[in-house]
Design a protein around this ligand. Sequence first.
Ligand code: NAD
Ligand code: LMR
Length: 340
Amino acid sequence: VILSRAAVSSEFANQVRRFSISSKKNVKVAVCGASGGIGQPLALLLKQSPLVTKLSLYDIVHTPGVAADLSHIDTPAVTKGYNGPESLKDALSGMDVVIIPAGVPRKPGMTRDDLFNTNASIVRDLAEACSKYCPKAMVGIISNPVNSTVPIFSEVAKKAGTLDKKRIFGVTTLDVVRSNAFIAEAKGLDPRKVNIPVIGGHAGITIIPLISQATPSVKFEKNELEALTARIQDAGTEVVKAKAGSGSATLSMAYAGARFAFSLCRAINGESNVVECAYIASDVTEATYFSTPLKLGKDGVAQNLGLGKLSAYEQDLVKAAIPELQKTIKKGEDFANKSS
Ligand code: NAD
Ligand code: LMR
């Protein structure tokens, strides 16, 4: 059962209220890449939530300043900055949730895969650190190319003997957030009440919005449906072009990353019916990693809710995405297995 977003938000508000009165578990959250375009607004959103009791901000630059600044906000999360690899042990030990937006963003004309050479080793090194210092943490990977960085993280954890596939997520929440926004705009709906599951991966044709499963139900002519799907698939590039060389989506990603992190916190606190789409190790299709709606629990993925009923158009999108996913998954796995 997928709750409508209105029900989720109102349940979330109730949960936050209950939590403020009797906090259940202390949820400790780390951000790796905390000084960046995503990292800073993400850290701000996490700091303002009573769901987070400790906020650990790791980067290779500027974290003393970011942490000093945020620590003056009058909310409970105890905020500390950690700078450079020698501080990884202190940054990660005891963390329940680790969100990773470390790495370079795209410039116009680049694909996400063009970031592989730089970001693959950043994610590999952070995976080694997480395996050592917080092997039980739930990990949300934002760094691109997500279709490859999630397999890299898993392979490193596998080698370290700490792999728990239920706890490693590629963050695709921004694709859901964008789909909700664009479809609400097209139909004149309140965007808070729209929910569009997005499956597959997080690059171009692997991003598959399931508009046939929209809540509330919406209908489009074929050409409109194709144009909306293409806009959702290219939305990252739309922002990269608009930013004209200064980076990619940061603010909307921080919003989406915070939503995903809060869902993990709520699941850790035992809340039921926490559902998010994310890119995980999966046997739902022939691609060994695939995003679908997931019910989250205390130990990560509690139930993979699968594809649901797809329209013929969506079935074709899935068919086209699988070979592309398989190629980028293999690229990530080969990198991790060669390089560590
Ligand atoms: P940015 O350059 O503004 O910030 C990246 C931060 O990572 C910097 O502060 C940098 O110092 C830090 N960093 C670099 N190497 C590090 C390391 N080894 N350990 C820790 N931190 C390190 O970039 P950004 O705009 O914040 O984007 C970050 C990543 O997120 C990019 O790869 C981008 O493509 C990706 N992204 C993903 C999504 C998504 O939907 N999953 C959305 C937007 C951006
Ligand atoms: C996005 O979807 O905005 C991110 O993956 C960043 C990018 O490079 O498009």
